[in-house]
Write a protein that binds this ligand. Structure first.
Ligand SMILES: NC(=O)C1=CN([C@@H]2O[C@H](COP(=O)(O)OP(=O)(O)OC[C@H]3O[C@@H](n4cnc5c(N)ncnc54)[C@H](O)[C@@H]3O)[C@@H](O)[C@H]2O)[C@@H](O)CC1
Ligand SMILES: [K+]
Length: 466
């Protein structure tokens, strides 16, 4: 801001914001727009964008949260463009403002942005409710007002947006749950901040990042170059888990899978994946480069999990395997709990974990000195050194039995190629999410087997993105 004329950044933000609004309205001419305007620069963005929409023929009303604190230049521009203020001093929610919201094609939420803390209060909360209940589209300016910008938590009343237009850089609150769940579709407006931004607190992979992480299939590849995975999964009770995890590894590019388990499970794995080699004991398994343990293991089997952890190889621990973790690990493990499993590991309440996903995943990574991948609608991956990645792919349709087993085999296969656990976990979550999306396109609510079937095409597309 110091290098630019006054309000230059706000003008860039408002121009991008107005363009998105115009697009979602299908053209602003003749549409009704209501601005909810807070006292800070977030409100200023809304007023400047409202002025642009009014210039293009929209009928724009503004509800000011506080008449004594409003962006002065933004308000002046809004009035010059023909915009009307429909609230009266310090009474934002009147029958008139309520009517305006109910009639609006689009409500632009400019109450709070990155300066907001602690949720919406009183009138602001009631305006958010009115917009959610009655308005057409709700477009949030920068962030849905009331969410916690830096922790992605919901600590009080907040806006529920259909679209969020964010400026300059992505904020955690629009990437990570629970806050991301109220952001709707996210549009990014570049206002030229990139050279000035500090190191990011979290990363998000793009297709080319994942493609570059994957080992290139080489002509002279032998199975050890592609990675050999040891798999300790499944039980008499949960045989399918072993079949799906083996499939995740086999379809995920493993050079070979060495399965350990009781005969009745091994038979079923072999029926589906004849390329798998089986043995009855961890000690009898031939050479492997990484292990995946835990999917469908059931209770017990602690000694086998301990034997795997003792090998000193990179190990992925999933599901029931997470019951048998030692006090600490050696930094080479990848733990893949869902919120319920993480709650049990941390002796916490599941609801508390869901409300503070970022905090818990980082705490677990520190506590076990391991990379922790927390599954869920937005998967988070935390390294013990504090790095965080948020996974952008996936679909709610992935919340299906066996989907986690596929992920564990796939992530294990990537570990076996020599990728560090942080990369293996985040790349696997990315690929698994894409496979879920592809499978959902086919059938709406795909089974875990359908996700598995989608893996080869997704991997082939990523390889060609290099
Ligand atoms: N910083 C930048 O480079 C840019 C910022 N822009 C906009 O400016 C916004 C940030 O503006 P501000 O820093 O003025 O802050 P906000 O507009 O987010 O919030 C205004 C003020 O409200 C108060 N407040 C905090 N929590 C509250 C609560 N729960 N209830 C009521 N009041 C509360 C605080 O004093 C805060 O400073 C961004 O989100 C973005 O929309 C854009 O104009 C583009 C450039
Ligand atoms: K906002």
């Amino acid at each position: 801001m110091a290098t630019l004329p006054e309000s230059a950044l706000m003008q860039r933000a408002a121009a991008g914001l107005a363009a998105v609004c115009a697009r979602v309205l299908g053209g602003p001419y003749g549409s009704r727009v209501v601005l909810l305007v807070g006292g800070g620069d977030n409100g200023g963005d809304a007023l400047w964008a409202g002025a642009r929409l009014a210039h293009r023929g929209a009928s724009v009303d503004a509800v000011l949260l506080r008449h004594d604190r409003v962006h002065p230049a933004g308000l002046a521009a809004f009035r010059r463009a023909g915009g009307r203020v429909v609230s009266s001093a310090d009474v934002p929610l009147t029958p008139e403002t309520q009517r305006a919201i109910a009639r609006a094609d689009l409500v632009l939420d400019g109450m709070l942005g990155i300066g907001g803390r602690g949720g919406l209060r009183d009138d602001a909360a009631r305006l958010a409710d009115a917009a959610a209940a009655e308005a057409g589209l709700v477009v949030a300016v920068d962030l849905p007002s009331g969410v916690e910008p830096d922790t992605a938590e919901l600590t009080g009343p907040h806006v529920r947006a259909d679209v969020t237009v964010t400026f300059g850089t992505h904020k955690l609150a629009i990437l990570a749950d629970p806050a991301a769940q109220v952001a709707g579709h996210v549009e990014f407006v570049d206002i030229g901040l990139a050279p000035y931004l500090p190191e990011p607190v979290a990363g998000m992979l793009e297709p080319v990042d994942v493609a570059e992480m994957l080992p290139a299939p080489e002509r002279n590849s032998d199975k050890y170059r592609r990675g050999v995975l040891g798999l300790l999964a499944g039980s008499a009770q949960f045989r399918g888990a072993a079949v799906l995890a083996a499939g995740g590894a086999a379809e995920g590019g493993a050079g070979m899978v060495r399965f350990v388990g009781p005969d009745e499970v091994a038979t079923q794995v072999l029926n589906r994946w004849p390329e798998v080699v089986t043995s009855a004991d961890v000690a009898d398994t031939g050479r492997v480069q990484a292990w995946a343990v835990g999917s469908g293991l059931g209770d017990g089997r602690a000694a086998e999990v301990a034997a795997v952890l003792d090998t000193g190889l990179p190990v992925l621990v999933d599901a029931d395997g997470l019951r048998h973790l030692p006090e600490t690990l050696d930094g080479r493990a990848l733990l893949t709990p869902h919120a319920g499993e993480l709650a049990r590991m941390m002796d916490a309440d599941r609801g508390d974990v869901e409300a503070h996903r970022l905090r818990y995943v980082q705490a677990a990574a520190r506590r076990w000195n391991a990379t922790v991948l927390l599954k869920g609608s937005t998967t988070l991956v935390a390294a013990p050194d504090g790095r965080i990645r948020v996974n952008p792919t996936g679909t709610p349709a992935l919340a299906t039995a066996g989907s986690g087993d596929v992920l564990s085999g796939l992530a294990g296969a990537l570990l076996a190629t020599g990728m560090e656990p942080f990369d293996a976990g985040s790349a696997a979550a990315y690929i698994h999410g894409l496979a879920g999306q592809a499978a959902a396109e086919g059938s709406g609510l795909p089974s875990a087997s359908a996700v598995l079937d989608a893996l080869p095409a997704v991997l082939a597309a990523l390889h060609s993105a290099r």
